[in-house]
Write a protein that binds this ligand. Structure first.
Ligand code: BG6
Length: 483
């Protein structure tokens, strides 16, 4: 076999975003509310809950009453709704081959369950795709990225109810039909595993309205799996040459020590993370998961055809986010550190970001190799990046820390390719500064492009190219040879 050298020539370099973190204009042109519009910014020193992405009924009622005066940054984003032309132009200047974005479901169906789509919402994405096309940038589209229409929360308590599957398929079919000449790469649910970590974020579910929230989150997950498979089926009917991917927040678990009990624990925790891609890629629930459900007395309600639907409609590629790795221990006495969606024990071999996330580039090579061994389907890194505080010095941002993070991760991805893995693209998270998903902060910046805006939405919104902008441009130009 010929020795592989570097990334494939059609490698999809670019960046990834979500509608609710950039667009703003949350109530313009007929858009309805979504779960993201309830995400409040609370300064770190005042945050009480660990899982601050969750909301309860009381809070929802307060916000709905209009008597609550909090800051909801995802409602105004970075104004991409109005600035997309100039922002996409900047992506093109970096040489982007692909741009990941989501369609804001409640822009198309304001309540989620409406029978007719909102033409103004559809038109907006027509314009985005037209702009991307003019620069030869391939759109990679997520159908649902933490923006469940709030109408579905009100009517069904989100994905807990099976009816939501039909509404999702109606939405999916509508956008497949409309954009069949524009979009080839699709994904259904962003980080589908989040539904079991933050049910409101992942599925518009208000947990205190449920008798058994944990069991309900697994039931809701089943509905999302079926919806995802049905959307895949529909996609192939409407756009036969399109590709459907899944989307997992990959959290690789290492054993804390070489004690076989820790190794076993890490294996179990890793399985519970890979379960989601197992279902998407292999089309069935793995035995270890079915046993987990039984041991926890969770019985899924299924229709006869569900398992066949899963079996017959698996994904074409495995897409995932990767930010950090985790540790598993049977005697967790060590120091913990915050992480993407979950805390972890602190790994003494790794450095952490300003937000405590453990930086592990080699972990990316491990993860890529494992995915490839397990599924033998093309892999696509659709999120990776460093959230950091940036300072402006004489109008410039010298973000060498971000360059270092990205350089090391891309370099490990390249080694994985040379190990024999089929990797089709790399999309870094937040190519332009955007609102943080977990904390709704603006000061947690991922971009190559700085946005002059603070945590309360004040600022000129001016776009400034950081040092990483010029660096990434060279990376793309050289197809990852100059890092
Ligand atoms: C991923 C999400 O989990 O991580 C993104 O898909 C999110 O929406 C990203 O923005 C980074 O997380 P955060 O909390 O730093 O914005």
């Amino acid at each position: 076999m010929k020795k592989i050298k570097g990334f494939r020539t059609d490698f999809l370099w670019g960046g990834a975003t979500a509608a609710n973190q950039i667009e703003g204009s949350f109530d313009k042109d007929g858009k309805g509310l979504s779960s993201a519009d309830f995400a409040e910014y609370i300064p770190k020193e005042k945050r009480q809950a660990d899982n601050h992405m969750e909301v309860n009924s009381k809070f929802i009622d307060k916000v709905k009453s209009g008597k609550y005066s909090g800051t909801f940054p995802k409602r105004y984003g970075i104004d991409f709704y109005n600035t997309y032309e100039e922002d996409i132009k900047l992506f093109a200047e970096m040489g982007f081959k692909a741009f990941r974005m989501s369609i804001n479901w409640s822009r198309i169906f304001p309540n989620g369950y409406d029978s007719k789509p909102n033409e103004a919402g559809l038109k907006y994405y027509d314009n985005i795709f037209k702009t991307l096309k003019s620069y030869n940038i391939e759109p990679v589209v997520t159908l649902s990225h933490y923006e469940t229409p709030f109408g579905l929360t009100e009517k069904y308590n989100g994905w807990v109810k099976r009816e939501v599957i039909d509404h999702f398929i109606h939405y999916a079919e509508t956008v497949f039909e409309r954009y069949k000449n524009d979009v080839k790469y699709w994904m259904t649910f962003n980080e589908i595993n989040v539904i079991n970590i933050s049910p409101f974020t992942g599925g518009g579910i208000v947990s205190d309205r449920l008798e058994n929230p944990i069991a309900s989150s697994f039931q809701a997950l089943h509905h999302q799996f079926v919806a995802s498979a049905l959307a895949t089926k529909k996609l192939k009917e409407v756009i036969p040459d399109a590709q459907m991917g899944c989307m997992l927040a990959r959290m690789k678990h290492y054993p804390y020590t070489c004690d076989p009990n820790d190794v076993l624990k890490a294996q179990e925790e890793d399985q519970m993370n890979l379960m989601y891609t197992d279902v998407h890629a292999k089309g069935k629930y793995p035995n270890y998961y079915l046993q987990y459900l039984s041991k926890n007395n969770i019985e899924l309600e299924m229709k006869d055809e569900d398992l066949t639907i899963l079996k017959e409609n698996t994904v074409d590629y495995i897409s995932f986010s990767y930010y950090m790795s985790m540790l598993s221990s049977t005697s967790p006495e060590g120091k913990t550190t915050p992480g993407n969606l979950m805390n972890s024990l602190k790994n003494p071999y790794l450095e952490s970001s300003d937000w405590g996330w453990q930086i592990d580039p080699v972990g990316l090579r491990i993860v890529l190799n494992e995915f490839w061994d397990r599924y033998e389907k093309p892999l696509f890194i659709v999120e990776n990046g460093l959230g950091a505080v940036d300072e402006i010095e004489n109008g410039k941002i010298h973000d060498d820390y971000r360059i270092e993070y990205l350089r090391k991760h891309i370099s490990e991805a390249k080694k994985a390719v040379e190990d024999g893995v089929d990797l089709i693209g790399y999309l870094s998270w937040g190519p332009i500064d955007l609102i943080s998903m977990s904390t709704s902060e603006m000061s947690k910046r991922y971009g190559y492009i700085y946005v002059d805006q603070d945590n309360y939405g004040n600022g000129t919104k001016q776009r400034i190219k950081k040092d990483s902008f010029y660096w990434y441009k060279k990376v793309i130009e050289s197809n990852g040879e100059i890092l």
